[in-house]
Design a protein around this ligand. Structure first.
Ligand SMILES: Cc1cc2nc3c(=O)[nH]c(=O)nc-3n(C[C@H](O)[C@H](O)[C@H](O)COP(=O)(O)OP(=O)(O)OC[C@H]3O[C@@H](n4cnc5c(N)ncnc54)[C@H](O)[C@@H]3O)c2cc1C
Length: 333
């Protein structure tokens, strides 16, 4: 019998605070396990960091590595499965990552598919070495709305609501999953969570142009070219503790200059939009349960830095396990 069966006790109501990639994944997993789920978010979807992301599977600015590896591997599997679903906006794409000349495999290699090592003779890179692999890429224009629809199709509810305190969520439910990203600074006074600004230039894919995604993370500012559907996302910047959400023309120029040097075929690609997002970075992703004096169950899931789409499903699985363990310890009533 499923948890929705008439003889099974109803699982407690859960409020998920945050309707970005992290909150939606957690809410979908909880709903799949039979919880009555409501997601509260203060922003329009388009105004979340999750709507700005290039959204390629790639561990970036997220710690600690030993936990990130497990979350990233689980998320890789889930996104690869979504790539087989029509209308998900996820596809498997070839990516070439440039490496320093004598670098070994990246630390996250164990979480990915088979990696092919390339030499300078095989691929012209400024650094002399590169790897090639297949990874999931989410076209956020399609995938982010699809996630919201998936939650609603499962019976989860989305509510626009701006919280001043997590107590407001506990007034509505005994279980709260906290996925507010940078909102954690005010909602739970977290001084560790901080913005790392990212700007991207989205261009129209020139007709017929096929190219792999390209990533170079060897410099202070990352460089990337991420094709997705009829668009190509060009980046980027990683400016720590910069919370300026305005487009910076110098960043745009620097991104376009890098692209012009490395991918001349994109030199005259038409710019569709330039976007800025603030990555919710933290010394470590916070994924843990906090015991409340009133018996409520609070599970934090935030601080995913530049890896929200890369870690979301692995983290969601852990959220569900933490909620289940906490409820098993709580007397019914
Ligand atoms: C330029 C750029 C490129 C990126 N590229 C990639 C990439 O290629 N791959 C990848 O994996 N990641 C990438 N990222 C990182 C990724 O976007 C983030 O890690 C991810 O979006 C974080 O998701 P989140 O749900 O935690 O936060 P958000 O998307 O910020 O969502 C937070 C939610 O909490 C809500 N909230 C906040 N405060 C409150 C409050 N007080 N009351 C109610 N609701 C509240 C907000 O309204 C929102 O719904 C990129 C980021 C940027 C900026």
């Amino acid at each position: 019998m499923t948890s929705q069966g008439t003889n099974a006790p109803a699982k407690p109501r859960v409020v998920v605070v945050g309707a970005g990639a992290i909150g939606l994944a957690a809410a979908i997993r909880l709903r799949e396990r039979g919880h009555d789920v409501e997601v509260w978010g203060k922003d329009e979807p388009a105004d979340t960091v999750s709507a700005v992301a290039a959204a390629i599977w790639y561990p970036f600015l997220a710690e600690p590595r030993e936990r990130v590896l497990g979350w990233a591997a689980a998320t890789f599997r889930q996104l690869a499965a979504f790539a087989n679903e029509p209308h998900s906006g996820v596809c498997m794409s070839e990516v070439v990552e440039e490496l320093a000349a004598d670098a070994g495999p990246p630390w996250w290699a164990g979480a990915a598919s088979t990696i092919e090592h390339l030499r300078a003779a095989d691929v012209p890179t400024p650094h002399g070495a590169a790897i090639r692999l297949q990874v999931p890429v989410c076209d956020t224009r399609v995938h982010f709305p699809w996630l919201r629809q998936r939650l609603q199709a499962l019976g989860g509810r989305l509510v626009r609501r701006h919280l001043q305190s997590l107590d407001e969520a506990f007034a509505a439910a005994p279980v709260v999953v906290h996925c507010s990203g940078l909102g954690a600074a005010s909602l739970c006074g977290d001084r560790d969570v901080h913005p790392v600004r990212g700007q991207v230039v989205c261009v129209r894919r020139p007709p017929g142009l096929q190219l792999p995604a390209l990533i170079d993370d060897t410099e202070a500012q990352p460089f990337y070219v991420i094709p997705r559907g009829d668009q190509i996302v060009l980046g980027g910047t990683a400016q720590a503790n910069d919370d300026n959400l305005a487009v910076d023309a110098r960043d745009t120029q620097s991104i376009l200059a890098g692209v012009e040097a490395r991918v001349p075929a994109l030199r005259s690609a038409a710019i569709e939009v330039v976007k800025v997002g603030l990555r919710p970075c933290r010394s470590q992703v916070r994924l843990e349960r906090e015991r409340r004096a009133d018996g409520g169950v609070l599970v934090h899931d935030y601080g995913h830095g530049g890896s929200g789409y890369t870690l979301s499903w692995g983290c969601a699985d852990e959220v569900v396990a933490l909620v289940a363990a906490a409820l098993a310890e709580t007397p019914a009533g």
